[in-house]
Ligand binder design. Structure first.
Ligand code: TMP
Length: 211
């Protein structure tokens, strides 16, 4: 079976984590090999970069360069080998998060992100870039996400941002979706957990990756 690459996106507090875990179990239950991973992170080097990005103050360009450096290592060491083996790769965030957070949230130049994306996600002997086959986008009003996050845990650098930052991040995701609508499954993350889960299942079943 060919590999499948699924990413999960949304603002902090949108509630994607439990569904990623549940989807991994559902796929494994049907005999698929699943690689569960996240960005920034997923390899020893990329996890070190994650700690820096999430905790150290830095300008938006430095942030963008570090997340793409982490992504390069992640693609080479983990994602590409897993796809070559025929795994389903479930990745908690990918490049849409860079457009949403560094581009939308922090106002960094999208043309530069586009160049970095072209370098980092280039495939050998192919004009196309490595992109997720499906992106499940948990769309949630930033005001509701802020309520959910309040007091949940010690916030990292991004979680501590004001609601206006997350409005720009959400707008960044919406814009990415308009550029590649086939790839995105938008899920109304304000619904009950069960309704959100059903929508996740529908998105994956529609593509024939789950019975
Ligand atoms: P997480 O808490 O969902 O694991 O995500 C880590 C944080 O990093 C989250 O606030 C989003 C942010 N982030 C970026 O700013 N740029 C990126 O490219 C990625 C992948 C995540």
């Amino acid at each position: 079976m060919p590999g499948v690459f699924i990413s999960f996106e949304g603002i902090d507090g949108a509630g994607k984590s439990t569904h990623i875990e549940a989807l991994a179990q559902a796929l494994r239950g049907q005999g698929r090999s699943v690689t569960l991973t996240r960005e920034p992170g997923g390899t020893p080097l990329a996890e070190k970069l994650r700690t820096l990005v999430l905790n150290e103050p830095m300008d938006a360009m430095t942030e963008a360069l570090l997340v793409f450096a982490a992504r390069r290592d992640h693609l080479q060491q983990l994602i590409e080998p897993a796809l070559a083996r025929g795994d389903v790769v479930l990745c908690d965030r990918f490049t849409d998060a860079t457009y949403a957070y560094q581009g939308g949230g922090r106002g960094f130049d999208e043309q530069v992100l586009h160049v970095l994306e072209g370098w980092v996600q280039a495939l050998p002997d192919s004009p196309t870039l490595r992109q997720p086959d499906l992106t499940v986008w948990f769309d949630l009003d930033p005001a509701i996400a802020a309520q959910r996050l309040a007091g949940a845990r010690v916030p990292d650098k991004f979680e501590a941002q004001p609601v206006d930052f997350f409005r720009r991040v959400a707008a960044g995701y919406a814009q990415r979706r308009t550029q590649d609508p086939q790839r995105f499954a938008r899920i109304d993350a304000a619904q009950s957990r069960e309704a959100v889960w059903q929508d996740v299942l529908v998105a994956v079943r529609q593509r024939g990756w789950l019975a």
